[in-house]
Ligand binder design. Structure first.
Ligand SMILES: Nc1ncnc2c1ncn2[C@@H]1O[C@H](COP(=O)(O)OP(=O)(O)O)[C@@H](O)[C@H]1O
Ligand SMILES: [Mg+2]
Length: 296
């Protein structure tokens, strides 16, 4: 069996390294591939992928995509997505599925899909006109403005002043970017990260925001603690994973007076904090799942 870990980082991240080790332990041949170095070829007879311009990639049984990299243009994003689709169409099991990665990456589309699946989400609006954003902020009070595509808490802003929304929104509008605005909903200074692999919930942890801040991302310095995995919490996380058709995911869940809300469903979650806190290494479960899918 041959598996690739695909990402753009020049040096594999810790999650990529753990995945490679998990596959090696299971006697699976594993390689690390950088997206920007992969070439998508099309001829009348076939479409294939090569590493660099002439080394045709051996037939891969599976590929675990750890991210699409930060792309500056829509064209590059599409190229990377289509290249992965080329692999999928050659029969490689791509994890997570390319279409699911695209939905999860897009916070707007994610919220639409989660809501359709009957899950609670914060009130959200996506606008292009800054005055619409200001009016919505006046109605909602405390709001969060997030990059439509973004992660690790970078770029998100908490605003309770409509003029702050005006300034941020105006800059986004000037750069041709839509404004993703969400009502701030949360009962405690924390959220819950739940890790799901296929039909199994591995565990949950609280992420507490550092003193004086509101973000709960581990990469923003959040303190973590194992959380009790109640049946309800597990059910919400599983439902979210299903809604976006993700084979493994980290679900960000908030506690509110009305119950749980989903902030985000990650298609390429990091797990260093989760592993340190719970002692569970998701790489082991992901490797087992991938091998099982390939075998069946
Ligand atoms: N609408 C919201 N109300 C309250 N807190 C939020 C809201 N949206 C996000 N947060 C907090 O900010 C964190 C980061 O937001 P998230 O949507 O997960 O973006 P990122 O991709 O940057 O992780 C969440 O885990 C949550 O704790
Ligand atoms: Mg998040």
């Amino acid at each position: 069996m041959k598996v690739a870990i695909i990402h753009e980082a020049p040096v594999p991240t810790s999650a990529s390294r753990q995945l490679m080790m998990a596959f090696m332990k299971r006697a699976v041949k594993v390689m690390y591939l950088r997206l920007s170095r992969l070439v998508s070829y099309i001829s009348s007879s076939e479409g294939w992928v090569s590493v660099g311009s002439d080394t045709k990639l051996e037939e891969l049984d599976a590929a675990v995509v750890r991210g699409l990299g930060s792309v500056a243009t829509l064209e590059t994003l599409l190229r990377r997505v289509n290249l992965l689709k080329q692999l999928e169409s050659r029969g490689t099991v791509v994890v997570n599925p390319v279409n699911s990665i695209m939905v999860a990456r897009d916070k707007h589309l994610s919220m639409m899909e989660l809501r359709k699946a009957g899950l609670a989400v914060p009130e959200t609006a996506v606008v292009e006109d800054v005055f619409d954003a200001v009016e919505i902020a006046k109605k909602w009070g405390k709001v969060v403005i997030k990059p439509l595509i973004g992660s690790m808490g970078y770029g998100s802003i908490l605003a309770s002043d409509p003029d702050m929304v005006y300034n941020v929104g105006r800059l986004l509008q000037m750069h041709g970017l839509p404004i993703y605005i969400q009502k701030y909903v949360r009962k405690y200074e924390r959220d819950i990260r739940v890790f799901v692999v296929k039909d199994r919930v591995l565990g949950a942890m609280y992420r507490y925001c550092p003193e004086g801040t509101w973000k709960t991302n581990v990469s923003q310095g959040a303190r973590t603690e194992t959380a009790e995995l109640t049946e309800e919490l597990a059910e919400v996380a599983l439902k979210a994973a299903k809604a976006l058709n993700l084979l493994y995911t980290g679900v960000d869940i908030g506690e509110t007076d009305e119950g749980y809300v989903i902030y985000e469903v990650n298609a390429t979650p990091q797990w260093e904090g989760f592993m340190r806190t719970t002692g569970i290494n998701p790489a082991e479960y992901i490797a087992d799942m991938v091998i099982e899918i390939v075998k069946n």
